[in-house]
Write a protein that binds this ligand. Structure first.
Ligand code: GLU
Length: 418
């Protein structure tokens, strides 16, 4: 394992890679490589035994040139200031790639949530929401779920905000439960865009998705939904993993049964539909048609990349490939669908949720899925055009060329204040 790549440096090098193909002044480009502001705060929370514990939390507002800052909040022991900065920047370019009217932000708390009770997590979430209140708002900054957060936490953030503001403003946060103003289809949206993008990529390569083999690294919300949907499209999920290890079956794993097993036991390993247990690294290097990294950053680095055998990679996670891995895989002609397109379904349906909240008019799941599909299909076509017209090295660079140009245009059209 090479030394851990700093994700913020990865983001900056991805922008640099695109810079010679965009029509943007270098001083403007420099602006697009740094967050506008980062909140760092220490939250003091009372634990169930009456003692107090301090948790470090961040919210980075990277860029608001195209709309309110938008992005999730993650609870993870590996959260750091630079990770949150990188994730907030990826949100900017994600929203621009799919053309939804948002800037980018991200938040995180350094915590292993498995070590705490639900009431402790609630107090922590409400303490963070109170701290965030002056900087968030329906037209200012709109948080959402990310790693280890979901509807429950979003409902608490909405309730805390509305109580303190003495108002009703469900669009202040997205990813809520439907009864609290959430959208149909939001939970599935990240996995759905990951497989829609894969379907478009297979089509582009003239490859059949029916019967294709798939490995999924990470079996949280994004990973397991992607596994389920790709299975429904006729592909065979031969391997999957979570932090406990991996499972393999050449005849295919039933994604829903594997998820039920994980739900019951806490881990994917031990699932009786597996023929073999393998390592997380094995899952990433299997000879499959499609690999879906759906866990954390830096899953595939420069050391592991030469062993990757997949033909197509669709990034459900944010930043799963280091720039070094990207280069190696581009040389090997692996088609990598970048995170800022592949997993953009989450924020796209967050956008639909926000629109529905503002109109107080709610859509059917069918409508949500149709509108999402149209956005992903169009964005993929834009990437193909840019990739071919500029003879680019990778689809990632194509996505950054499209996205950086859009953000820079918005900045330049607005002019500089003051
Ligand atoms: N956390 C998700 C992401 O990384 C969703 C963000 C959102 O819905 O605002 O894209």
């Amino acid at each position: 394992m090479s030394e851990q790549t700093n994700p913020f440096e990865s983001l900056q090098s991805q922008i640099d890679e695109a810079s010679s193909h965009v029509d943007v002044d270098s001083d403007v480009l420099e602006r697009l490589k740094h967050p506008e502001r980062v909140l760092e705060t220490n939250l003091t929370v009372e634990l169930d035994d009456g003692s107090l514990e301090r948790f470090k939390a961040f919210r980075s507002q990277f860029n608001g040139d195209r709309g309110p800052y938008k992005g999730g909040i993650r609870y993870h022991p590996g959260v750091s200031r630079d990770e949150v900065k990188a994730l907030s920047g990826w949100m900017v370019y994600k929203c621009a790639t799919v053309g939804i009217p948002y800037g980018g932000g991200k938040g995180g708390i350094i915590i292993d949530p498995d070590e705490y009770s639900a009431t402790e997590i609630e107090r922590l979430t409400r303490a963070f929401a109170k701290e965030l209140r002056p900087m968030i708002g329906v037209d200012r900054d709109v948080p959402a779920p990310d790693v280890n957060t979901g509807q429950r936490e979003m409902n608490w953030i909405k309730d805390t905000y509305e109580t303190l503001e003495n108002t009703t403003e469900p669009g202040v946060v997205t990813g809520k439960a439907p009864d609290s103003g959430g959208s149909e289809g939001r939970v599935e949206a990240t996995g759905r865009s990951t497989v829609l993008a894969a379907r478009e990529a297979f089509d582009y390569l003239d490859k059949d998705l029916e019967g294709a083999t798939v490995a999924v690294q990470g079996y949280g919300n994004a990973g397991w939904i992607a596994a389920k949907l790709i299975h429904e499209m006729g592909a065979t999920v031969v391997a999957a993993s979570d932090s406990s290890g991996g499972i393999y079956n050449a005849d295919g794993i039933d994604p829903v049964a594997a998820k039920d097993h994980k739900h019951e036991t806490g881990s994917i390993t031990g699932y009786d539909g597996a023929a073999e247990e393998i390592t997380n690294e094995d899952v990433l290097t299997l000879d499959v048609d499609l690999l879906i990294p759906a866990a954390l950053e830096n899953a595939i680095d420069g050391d592991l990349a030469p062993d990757v055998q997949a033909d197509v990679i669709s990034e459900a996670a944010n930043g799963p490939l280091t720039p070094e891995a990207d280069e190696i895989l581009a040389d090997e002609d692996v088609l990598v669908i970048p995170d800022i397109l592949a997993n953009a379904g989450g924020v796209t349906v967050s956008y639909f949720e926000w629109v529905q909240n503002r109109q107080r008019f709610y859509w059917t799941e069918e409508r949500v899925n149709e509108e999402l599909e149209a956005i992903i299909v169009d964005a993929f076509a834009d990437l193909v055009d840019t990739y071919e017209a500029n003879d680019l090295r990778s689809f990632r660079t194509a996505a950054y060329v499209v996205a950086v140009q859009r953000v820079a245009d918005a900045f330049e059209e607005a002019g500089t204040f003051p």
